[in-house]
Design a protein around this ligand. Structure first.
Ligand code: GTP
Ligand code: MG
Length: 138
């Protein structure tokens, strides 16, 4: 079984949608094996999105991620990384398929409700940034 890292972003926590997002995740057959609600620090958000630091939206992205609590999660399942990307839908909700989290709940390309790792190596790094091994119960 594979693991991926997920974030329920501030636009979704603000609108009380964490349960609704989790329902879509669980219905897709992904198991939530770790979860906590945190307020990300500026430094955590900058580290997490360091790959985007040269992009024009980096400042906006970091301010958004620290603007309200987020829920960080580890999801487990067959092909969890690709499966969760499919369940999330396209980055821009205008392009997201019906039934995906972003189609259902995202507000814009920036306020797009969820994050999911894009590859095994990033999943490993992202999980380790937010969870100790003994906080994950598979
Ligand atoms: P993540 O799972 O959050 O990494 O989304 P993604 O992999 O679908 O998109 P990508 O890695 O390309 O971009 C990371 C995040 O940057 C997106 O999820 C958005 O929140 C944000 N982002 C991307 N493009 C834009 C943009 O044009 N404007 C703003 N404000 N944010 C953007
Ligand atoms: Mg990404």
């Amino acid at each position: 079984l594979e693991r991926t890292f997920s974030i329920i972003k501030p636009d979704a926590t603000n609108r009380n949608l964490t349960g609704a997002v989790n329902a879509v995740i669980e219905k897709a057959g992904l198991r939530i094996v770790a979860q906590k609600r945190i307020r990300m620090t500026q430094e955590q958000a900058e580290t997490f999105y360091a790959v985007h630091k040269e992009r024009p939206f980096f400042g906006e992205l970091v301010s958004f991620m620290v603007s309200a609590p987020v829920v960080v999660q580890v999801l487990e399942g067959e092909n969890a990384i690709a499966k969760y990307r499919e369940v999330m839908g396209a980055t821009n909700p205008a392009n997201a398929a019906d039934g995906t989290i972003r189609k259902l709940y995202a507000l814009s390309v920036g306020e797009n409700s969820v994050h999911g790792s894009d590859a095994p190596e990033t999943a490993r790094i992202e999980i380790a940034q937010f969870f100790a091994g003994n906080e994950i119960a598979g």
